[in-house]
Design a protein around this ligand. Structure first.
Ligand code: AHR
Length: 494
């Protein structure tokens, strides 16, 4: 059977831009993402600015985080923004019913979130409350955030320390309205969307990019009903899909699994390609010019929580397998960049497929973080279409393509190719032919480890990290690279 991969890249006529917003992240009031994550205690000795943790900010700036979604998730549809402004001591508390019935003290609210985005240099993506809020509550929030004139709400904003509007642009109209956001049918949600969206106003210099709640997994009917009835009156339509290694009742461990479970996980991860393709085909039917963005604003691997941690806090470790999920999914998004223009990994800190884990004053960068670091070269670069002819990764009588890839050319003319070898045992040589480019040099980095279960720990945070890759070279006009098993490789050609 075939053991080498062939890759053909057409660099002669790049058209589609890979939006940097595909590389977005998500921070919900859930477990230790905000509290004891981004946001530290009042007198914490952990270096912080206004209680925002600086080591996390530095780490996320390094990977050029383009946007951050907040305040949920399911939490968004029970969040009342007015509870999270004004003097902190006077803010009311509430119960976070979705995530462990813990008391939410509202100390992290609108101003704090937007200060965080400012420090990160990223765009905020706020999801408004449709499920248990009101149209006027959402309308008021947008006015508070984005209006530059005189009004009672802008006076209040100024009293709370912010003169200028923030001009928030990404605006979610509810979250998972088919489930925790209100258990609505798509037909019912269409009407709700229209009503809420009508009163979520555009102010001068602050046009909202409204994102409608989209489907879960393969609910193609939801996409059809939304596209048919809302169509281009939304900027984007979301899609949620999680890679669950086993089943929702027993998702599987984050760190202890065998090759069979690894194989199944990667198969489920690759299903994202089918989802994006099929939802995209429905969108094409109503919007052939691809004006509406597909926004995959929740994705990632969802495993059982770490032993002895609060089951409602969704704290999971992050192994080399997570990195392979990230690399593969981002390749899928890049290759569908004509429609997928935004995505958000769930979630940034201490929740699900995190980039960052914290323990007291310690912080570690997960294998997933390093994939975002390696892939940042694709942000806002032009997609180069590619064709792949690859060997299978076989397990028992099952198989899947062993290698996936995407390629782009940046504004300086450098070509970036990201390759993932999912095969657990075999090094795979990849021979690449690139038409329309006169490149001379290649360099790269690789992220790999001995086992798919390998992790970074607080004691050994550098176990898995990118290192220079020396197994790529120019042979005649071709690029030849030997991809180690279980690896993410990013090459730069100049
Ligand atoms: O990311 C965790 C949860 O998953 C979100 O709150 C919800 O939108 C989804 O079901």
């Amino acid at each position: 059977s075939q053991s080498t991969a062939k890759l053909y890249i057409n660099a002669s006529d790049p058209r589609v831009t890979i939006s940097r917003h595909i590389y977005g992240h998500f921070s919900e009031h859930l477990g230790r993402c905000i509290y004891d994550g981004f946001w530290v205690g009042e007198n914490s000795s952990i270096p912080n600015k206004g209680r925002i943790r600086l080591d996390i900010v530095e780490a996320l700036k390094k990977i050029k985080i383009p946007n951050l979604r907040w305040p949920g998730g399911c939490f968004a549809d029970e969040y009342h923004w007015r509870d999270g402004i004004g003097p902190r001591k006077q803010r009311p508390t509430m119960i976070n019913t979705n995530w462990g019935n813990v008391t939410e003290d509202n100390s992290f609210g609108t101003h704090e979130f937007l200060e965080l985005c400012d420090m990160l240099g990223c765009e905020p993506y706020i999801t408004g409350n449709v499920g248990s809020g009101t149209v006027s509550e959402m309308n008021n929030w947008v006015e508070y955030l984005n209006f530059d004139g005189q009004s009672p709400l802008t006076t209040l904003r100024k009293e709370n320390g912010r003169n200028k509007p923030w001009n928030v642009s990404f605006w979610g109209v509810g979250n998972e309205s088919w489930g925790c956001g209100g258990n609505m049918t798509p037909e019912y949600y269409v009407n709700e969307y229209k009503r809420y969206a009508t009163f979520a106003k555009n102010y001068p210099n602050a046009r909202l990019k409204k994102i409608a709640c989209g489907a879960s997994d393969g609910d193609y009917n939801w996409t059809d009903v939304l596209m048919k009835n809302v169509g281009t009156r939304m900027w984007g339509l979301s899609l949620h899909y999680y890679t669950v290694p086993k089943s929702w009742s027993d998702k599987g461990s984050a760190t202890s699994f065998d090759e069979k479970e690894y194989f199944t996980t990667m198969k489920k991860c690759l299903f994202m390609d089918e989802l994006v393709t099929r939802h995209g085909t429905i969108m094409d039917k109503y919007d052939p010019d691809k004006r509406v963005a597909m926004v995959v604003d929740e994705w990632g691997i969802w495993t059982n929580v770490e032993p002895d941690s609060n089951p409602a806090f969704l704290y999971q470790q992050n192994s080399l397998r997570d990195a392979l999920v990230a690399g593969t999914t981002l390749n899928i998004f890049n290759n569908h960049a004509d429609r997928v223009r935004m995505a958000n990994l769930a979630q940034t800190v201490n929740v699900l497929q995190s980039l960052v884990l914290t323990q007291g004053n310690k912080m570690l960068l997960t294998p997933t973080y390093h994939v975002f670091d390696l892939y940042k070269v694709h942000q806002d670069a032009k997609l180069l279409p590619l064709q792949l002819n690859v060997p299978d990764y076989q397990y028992g009588d099952q198989k899947m393509p062993a290698v996936n890839a995407s390629a782009s050319v940046d504004s300086t003319g450098a070509i970036h190719i990201s390759l993932v070898n999912l095969d657990a045992a075999h090094t795979i040589p990849v021979t690449t032919t690139i038409s329309g480019s006169n490149w001379h040099t290649v360099e790269g980095q690789v992220l790999t480890a001995a086992k798919f279960t390998d992790i970074n720990t607080f004691d050994q945070p550098g176990n898995i990290r990118p290192v220079p890759f020396s197994h790529a070279r120019k042979e005649g006009d071709q690029l030849v690279a030997n991809l180690p098993p279980l690896s993410v490789v990013v090459l730069t050609l100049k």
